[in-house]
Design a protein around this ligand. Sequence first.
Ligand code: ATP
Ligand code: MG
Length: 590
Amino acid sequence: MSKEKSAPAAAPTPPVSNFIRQIVEADLAAGKHDGVTWGGQPGPAAAHAGAPADPARIRTRFPPEPNGYLHIGHAKSICLNFGLARDYAGACHLRFDDTNPEKEEQEYVDAIVDAVHWLGFDWGTHGYFASDYFDFMYEAAQYLIRAGHAYVDSQSAEEMRASRGTLTEPGKNSPYRNRSAEENLDLFRRMEAGEFPDGAHVLRAKIDMASPNINLRDPALYRIKHATHHRAGDKWNVYPMYTFAHPIEDALERITHSICTLEFEDQRPFYDWLLDKLAEGGLLAKPLPQQVEFARLNLSYVVLSKRKLIQLVQERHVDGWDDPRLPTLVGARRRGYTPEGFRLFAERIGVAKADSWIDYGVLEECMRDDLNARALRRIAVLDPLKLVIDNYPAEQDEECFAPNHPQQPELGKRAVPFSKELWIEREDFSENPPKGYFRLFPGNSVRLRYGYVVKCTGCDKDASGNVVAVHCEYLPDSKSGTPGADAYKVKGNIHWVSAAHAYACEVRLYDRLFREPNPGAGGRDYLADLNPDSKTLIKACLEPALKEAKPEERFQFERHGYFVADRVDSKPGAPVFNRAVTLKDSWIKG
Ligand code: ATP
Ligand code: MG
């Protein structure tokens, strides 16, 4: 349940220890990476020392592939990698893993840069592209061929699949496995020169086709691809495989701890094999990076797969990559979620070695806790019904004073105008109230928050019996903050906005995009689990101060939740608002 009233301010907490921190601390204590600087590589690798050497003793990296927008899962990885660098006086690199020429775009690079900055992290001079290392990788591949650790295979993809074996049966050696180093070098260079079509040959590591670990059964290192790369253009006709490129990128950047998700655990032996071989050949220096795996974030009520996110956007189930309902970071930002809330979330969920699911409510609670501490309070009527104070002079208005933050009196108060006709919430009036209803009904008195006590006298209805206005009378000596006001004891306390002064605007009430915790579970089409009520547009009446809200300013609308002025659709003097999160978790069952 929400702890709205008692939530402590989301102060930065000391980091909780976890198995990765323990590894880092042990390596620091042992001095494993002492004296190593960025660019401290021998031979051809030295050419890649593009940034000033810095002596960080631990060095991590966040290595997104620029083929999509970052999502909440990436935020976990970003907070982890940059957080370690921050806490241990290290460095964290932002490296674009752009080894696949076909799917990558500058648009994604720009969006990723923005998202990491928005989360509050900075890589200084350590921003890199895997494609900057293509020359070195090409040299490394040739070294492996010369040393007898790689060969060109000319089997078809089908033949390679068939000879790979299974989990229980060993694979079979390729008939091309014993080509001479000269022949391999010649073929590989001709692959690069563009002499062969895609798929004609593949460069493979020569390890062990009988290894119980399938990833060590002569994995592919380079493939032919006649494609234009977003940065390297048409320079290359061969491109490195991710599993070959990634360890090399880490080693060239002198990454100390290469943190990745669990599905790469079985790749670690190849990661180590490759770097050992290149170190033996003098192409890389020790100490080599160490791969450390952690459990990826699985979050209920969302999908984090890139393929599904792309489908949601392309088939227009949502309004673009920054739709506030999407778990993308651009979406979350528009939604009103905060970087501080994400960092709090990363701390709270921690880092573990085993997969688990985190309930979406945990993320919402982090956003509430952060926003509760910082968001100024404002008044908004989301479902307006007219309240007429019959004994209040028609031409008169006056000011009432409302605190900007009840727990932080130093943030002061603001004036809200009061007049004869007000907007109140439709649900705050009931002609035939249920038991325990303390708000407006004929004969009952309530306090208009920060204003007067009023007594309900009746209501007007239209021809079909709908209530169109409520009538009441106010008690002139009951105004909040004036002597004697406390003498009036009433059980109900409702919020209101002066009709003559209200700022009427669009408010978007966002809710969870999926109505099932695990969309698509049990073989269902995940699209069938979309929540049809995830977006509701309403016309609301807001206190006039909100007219001046700047894009991305966040507020608590009293009794309703946290809202943000939309950063895309707001105009100066005419903001529109998105609901980030309600005050309480309405999804808790029972
Ligand atoms: P792809 O299937 O395209 O590889 P990806 O989600 O792994 O998708 P990357 O760009 O490769 O995307 O991810 C960058 C980094 O973010 C990787 O180090 C990856 O481990 C990490 N990451 C991705 N998804 C999650 C997640 N759900 N939880 C934690 N870390 C994640
Ligand atoms: Mg990946």
